[in-house]
Ligand binder design. Structure first.
Ligand code: GLU
Length: 557
C-alpha cells in the first residue's frame, strides 16, 4: 500500500501526525466550545447562514470559546465572484465578526493560527490525509469517467438493483492491482480517491445529536469520493479533516447533512480520530398555502439577507428575530432582562426545535417596531437617513432638507413611558410619517382627500379657525376653542350628546376634528392632532389650508 500511496502522491512528504503537531488544541478554559460557520461562496448570503452564525457565535462566546469562519470553496463550478466578500461584510454588519478566519475585506485579512481558513488553500493537507488513508488500505483511487458512472447507474437500474451507486462488487476500481493503477497514472490520468467502505455492512451507526436526540442509521457502505481528481476534497472529507485540525466541537450544521453523518463517522474512525458532537439544525420554513416548506433560495426573497437591508430592518431587529426562531425562550429572556443586549442571551442547543422554524413576517415586524421604539428621534433620523441614502434618495432629500423638522417629526409621541410603535422599518417611514413632508402630502391628497362632506362653508369655517392655532396655548384650550366653534356650526359638543339626538346635529366634535385631520394630513387616522399641528408650525398649517380651500373653490359648480 505504501507503494500505491507514493505513486498517487509522490510530492506529499508530510503525515497527519505533522498536522496534529502543528495544530494542537487551543488553550481555552474547560467547557469552552469552538464553533464555526462554513459557507460556500456560491451566491447571496442566506438568512439561515446568519441564524447559524448567531447561534455559533453565542455558544462559543458564552463558554469562553472561539467562533470562526471557514470558506468552503471546493466547488469551483458553482462559485460566484464576490461571494466571499459578501459573507464577510454581512458578518461584520451583524456584529458577528469571527475570531478567526477572514475578518475584513478589501484587502482580505485573515486572522488565526489554524488556517488557511479557505479550503482551496488547504490542498496539501487533504492530500496528506488521502495519502495516509490509501496507505492504510481504507481508501483507493478510481479512474471512472462520468460516462462510465452513468453507464453503471443505468445497468444497475436495468437489473433492478435496489440501491444504485458505487459500492461492493459494483466498485470496479476497488480491487484494481498496482499495475492497473500505474498504467493509468503513467498515461497522465488523474483519479478520484474513494473511501473503501465495508461491504456488505450490516452495522448501525448510533449517536446522540445535540438537537435531534438519539440517531440510529445504517452504517455507510458506499465508496464515496473523498478527494476529487483536481485534489479538492468533497464536503465529507474536508469536514472531517478541517473540523479535526481546527478542533471544532460541536459541529452545528444544516440537517441536510444528517444523511451523510455515517460516512463522516466512518472517516473519523478510519483516521483514528474522535468523533465530535453533531447538532443538525432544521432549515427555516414558510407556509405555502396550507403546507409548510423549506425557504427556497430561488423562490423566496426573504431567504436573501439583502431583503432585510432593502426593507430597512435594523440589524438588532433581525438578530433578535433569528434568535427567537432559534430558541423560543429568547422572548421570555428578553422580557426578563430589559435593556440587555441580545448578544448576552444564553443560547441552548438542546432548546432548538427539531422541526423547521416557521418564518413569520408579522413577528419580525413586531420585534422591529419594538426595537425602533427604543431609539431616540435623533437615532431614527440617523439610521433612517443612512437607509434612505442607499434605497430611497427621495426620502433622503426630504429628511435632509430640514433635519430639525425631521427629528421633531420622529420625536412625536416617542418620549415617555410608552413610546409610539408606528415605524416597522426604515422603508415604512413614508407610510408612517410621510404626511409631514409637503411633497408627499401634496401627492397623497392629489390622489385622495378624505374630507367629510359638510359643504364648503362649514369646512372653510373650521379650517379658518385652525389658522389661529396657538402652539403656546394648552391642548385643552385648543380643543375647547374648536369645540365651541363646532357648536356654533351645528355640531354636538360630544358623541354622547349627538347620539341622543342625531337629527338635531350635523355631527359631533369628533367630526369637526376629522375635518382638520383630513385637510392637514390627508389621512383619517393619525397620532395626536394637537401634537402634529405643533410640529408642523403655523406657516405650514396655513399653506395646507390655502391648498385645501383653493381645491374646494375649484370644485364648486
Ligand atoms: N459548506 C457547507 C454548506 O454550505 C457547510 C456545512 C457545515 O456547516 O458543515 O452547507
Amino acid at each position: 500500500m505504501k507503494a500505491l500511496a507514493d505513486l498517487l502522491f509522490p510530492h506529499i512528504t508530510k503525515t497527519p501526525a505533522d498536522y496534529y503537531a502543528q495544530f494542537p488544541p487551543r488553550d481555552l478554559p474547560s467547557g469552552a466550545k469552538v464553533t464555526r460557520i462554513a459557507p460556500s461562496p456560491t451566491g447571496f448570503v442566506h438568512i439561515g447562514t446568519l441564524m447559524t452564525a448567531l447561534v455559533n457565535r453565542q455558544l462559543a462566546h458564552q463558554t469562553g470559546g472561539i467562533f470562526f469562519l471557514r470558506i468552503e470553496d471546493t466547488d469551483k463550478k458553482r462559485e460566484i465572484p464576490r461571494s466571499v466578500e459578501e459573507i464577510i461584510i454581512n458578518l461584520i454588519n451583524y456584529a458577528l465578526t469571527p475570531d478567526e478566519g477572514y475578518v475584513s475585506v478589501d484587502p482580505l485579512v485573515e486572522r488565526g493560527a489554524y488556517g488557511p481558513y479557505i479550503q482551496s488553500q488547504r490542498v496539501e493537507i487533504y492530500e496528506t490525509f488521502a495519502k495516509y488513508m490509501v496507505e492504510q488500505g481504507v481508501a483507493y483511487p478510481c479512474f471512472c469517467t462520468e460516462n462510465e458512472l452513468d453507464r453503471l447507474r443505468k445497468t444497475q437500474e436495468a437489473q433492478g438493483v435496489a440501491r444504485p451507486g458505487y459500492y461492493g462488487d459494483w466498485a470496479v476500481w476497488r480491487n484494481a492491482t498496482f499495475e492497473q493503477i500505474k498504467e493509468r497514472i503513467d498515461a497522465g490520468e488523474r483519479p478520484v480517491i474513494r473511501i473503501r467502505a465495508p461491504y456488505p455492512n450490516e452495522a448501525r451507526v448510533r449517536f446522540k445529536d445535540v438537537i435531534k436526540g438519539d440517531i440510529d442509521m445504517p452504517a455507510n457502505d458506499l465508496d464515496s469520493v473523498l478527494l476529487k481528481s483536481n485534489s479538492l476534497p468533497t464536503y465529507h472529507f474536508a469536514h472531517v479533516i478541517d473540523d479535526t485540525l481546527m478542533h471544532v466541537n460541536p459541529i452545528i450544521r444544516g440537517d441536510e447533512w444528517l444523511s451523510s453523518a455515517p460516512l463522516h463517522i466512518q472517516t473519523f474512525e478510519y483516521l483514528g480520530l474522535p468523533v465530535p458532537d453533531f447538532a443538525h439544525v432544521a432549515p427555516m420554513a414558510k407556509m405555502d398555502g396550507t403546507s409548510k416548506r423549506k425557504i427556497s433560495k430561488r423562490k423566496d426573497p426573504e431567504a436573501n439577507v439583502m431583503y432585510y437591508y432593502e426593507a430597512g430592518y435594523p440589524v438588532r431587529a433581525v438578530s433578535e428575530y433569528l434568535l427567537n426562531l432559534a430558541n423560543s425562550g429568547f422572548y421570555d429572556w428578553s422580557k426578563a432582562n430589559p435593556g440587555q443586549s441580545y448578544q448576552n442571551f444564553p443560547i441552548n442547543l438542546d432548546a432548538m426545535g427539531v422541526s423547521m422554524p416557521l418564518f413569520d413576517l408579522v413577528k419580525l415586524n413586531d420585534i422591529s417596531k419594538d426595537v425602533i421604539a427604543t431609539y431616540s428621534a435623533e437615532q431614527v433620523y440617523e439610521y433612517g437617513l443612512a437607509w434612505a441614502k442607499q434605497y430611497s434618495l427621495r426620502l433622503a432629500a426630504l429628511l435632509e432638507a430640514d433635519p430639525g423638522y425631521s427629528i421633531a417629526v420622529f420625536n412625536l409621541e416617542r418620549t415617555g413611558q410608552a413610546p409610539r410603535k408606528d415605524i416597522v422599518n426604515w422603508s415604512d417611514i413614508d407610510r408612517a410619517c410621510g404626511f409631514f413632508f409637503d411633497e408627499l402630502y401634496a401627492e397623497s391628497i392629489a390622489v385622495n382627500l378624505p374630507l367629510p362632506a359638510y359643504g364648503e362653508e362649514v369646512i372653510t369655517a373650521i379650517l379658518e379657525r385652525v389658522r389661529q392655532f396657538d402652539a403656546s396655548a394648552t391642548k385643552e384650550a385648543w380643543l375647547d376653542a374648536m369645540r365651541a366653534l363646532g357648536e356654533t356650526l351645528g355640531f354636538a359638543r360630544d358623541a354622547k350628546t349627538f347620539k341622543k339626538n342625531p337629527e338635531s346635529f350635523k355631527g359631533h366634535f369628533g367630526d369637526v376634528m376629522m375635518v382638520v385631520r383630513a385637510a392637514l394630513t390627508g389621512r383619517t387616522n393619525t397620532p395626536d392632532l394637537y401634537e402634529i399641528l405643533k410640529i408642523m408650525g403655523q406657516s405650514r398649517i396655513n399653506q395646507r389650508i390655502d391648498q385645501i380651500l383653493a381645491r374646494l373653490g375649484e370644485n364648486q359648480p
